[in-house]
Design a protein around this ligand. Sequence first.
Ligand SMILES: O=C(O)c1cc(=O)[nH]c(=O)n1[C@@H]1O[C@H](COP(=O)(O)O)[C@@H](O)[C@H]1O
Length: 232
Amino acid sequence: MEGPPIAVALDYPSSREALALVDRVTPEHCRLKVGLELFSAAGPGFVESLVRRGFDVFLDLKFHDIPNTVAAACRRAADLGVWMLTVHCLGGRAMLKAARDALGPAGRPLLVGVTVLTSHTAAEIAEIGLAGDIEGRVAALAGLAKECGLDGVVCAPTEAHTMRSRFGAGFLLVTPGVRPGGSPVGDQRRVLTPAEAIAGGADMLVVGRPITSSPNPRAALDAILREIATAG
Ligand SMILES: O=C(O)c1cc(=O)[nH]c(=O)n1[C@@H]1O[C@H](COP(=O)(O)O)[C@@H](O)[C@H]1O
């Protein structure tokens, strides 16, 4: 994939706090992910302002609803000029196809499906009724996403290697659950380091707290970029 292989998760309570980081990076350094917290706080206008600054914006709202609703939401997200957006694979085949059809053939925005959240353990997915091991579930959902024409999936870095061998080059693998050595894991459960994620075949790392909680976010981002430059 062309461009910086990292999307910084702007998980902030307001546009003011997000801009303190955005003002210190450029579109050549990183992409920017806007998720549920910042979108709820700052809204579509803020997303458009990041697009106008030239950033590739990853709108991560993990749409999961009836096909008609998701298709319409995808169209509105595309209107914002975002580079990539997420739907949840658990929404099923009809929903995934509706999302694909709403956006037209693969292109902009890229459409990726969330498989099994990186915070989940085997016990948790069993509790919500997903049978089998996590890697098997991720592979099944990624296969469904591919059949429905999605551009790729979100999975844990621990699954990237298997998904790459199974689905080949050209199917985007976006991996959160990335932690540089010594960085607190927090609520993530299936994690690897940035270098390990890239070596496993991830195209795009999503990194939040290791950057946003750092006293010097720009330095933390640069250290991750240096680490992945030597991996692969
Ligand atoms: O879709 C996502 O980006 C996502 C999927 C997933 O399975 N796990 C996951 O952590 N994410 C997002 O990736 C980011 C990870 O943030 P940190 O754990 O702070 O690095 C958060 O914004 C999550 O919403």
